[in-house]
Write a protein that binds this ligand. Sequence first.
Ligand code: PMP
Length: 354
Amino acid sequence: MSRFFSKKYEKLIPYTPGEQPKDQQYIKLNTNESPFPPSPKAQEMAKIEAEKLELYSDPECRDLVAAACAELGVGQDEILFTNGSDEILNFAFMAFCDEEHPAVFPDITYGFYSVFARLNGVPYTEIPLRDDFSVNADDYIGIGKNIFIANPNAPTGIALPLSDIERIVKSNPENVVVVDEAYVDFGGESAIGLIHKYDNLLVTQTFSKSRSMAGARLGFGVGASSIIRDLNTVKYSTNPYNVNRMTMAAGVGALADRDYFEQNCREIKKNRVWLTDELRRLGFSVLDSKTNFVFAAHGKVGGRELYLKLKENGILVRHFETERLKDYNRITIGSMEQMKALIDTVKKITEEKI
Ligand code: PMP
């Protein structure tokens, strides 16, 4: 830390992204990226836009907003695109949370919520998941704080039914409920349909997972126009050109290619079923996932040991060394070829141990 670093950030513990080692070619199953390239239409449109990079991007993202509104059934004033969904989540903390409006989220969830809370000086409470790692919706009924809930949750992969999300939103009319649907396209139920019924709901989604665009950084939030207006105030006070020209064009291309998107989601779900069955056959306990990853623990091989042995064998998974998570690893669903390579290696590792 330099002597110039602001006191307000002294205690900040930044988010640790999944490792991206360059020492060898790994099978990367550690950051929930898609194994498939972005849609050819997205690539084509981004290339054309690359020739116009001397010009600023459209701060209103009009082409992208029009395409997304048609797809999602929301109005143009009910959506805001951002630089990944991380950005809109941060905007939500900035816009709606402060000393008088604290935040609440599960103790095991996306690690960025607590980082954004601390960054913005927002007091927060973490509510423990049940022993089976599920969220107990009753814990959030009438809680009177701004709620951040990933649905499906990460790193567990478990989804709450939409009826539970609605109960939470309805019972906290004086607070904003942010439903982070980064993984919803792999089997969750979206709450987007509820935004016309409740003006305290913000639903966020991303193009990073199901649309294979993690490197482009494109996310969005939908909610009542009053909520979106507040978020725009924050956006225009930080970075009006937050979505670059190539990403915006790629987003339009990706939305136009519905077949490609649906085919990839189907493939991931199929591979998830296969991987879950294989892991269970090898003695793993695997949580029921509605995402593009599974969370799995082996009775005999410790979580960290498995993570290290897989890495030695050229396969990266995500390990969290905290008390409740340390027996587990989060494994991204990849192509069938990657899944087979993973299972072959896991077999070797677990057989050595028995
Ligand atoms: N929410 C959850 C639950 C996530 O796992 C991620 C990805 N790490 C994000 C939001 C943010 O994704 P992005 O910024 O790439 O849209």
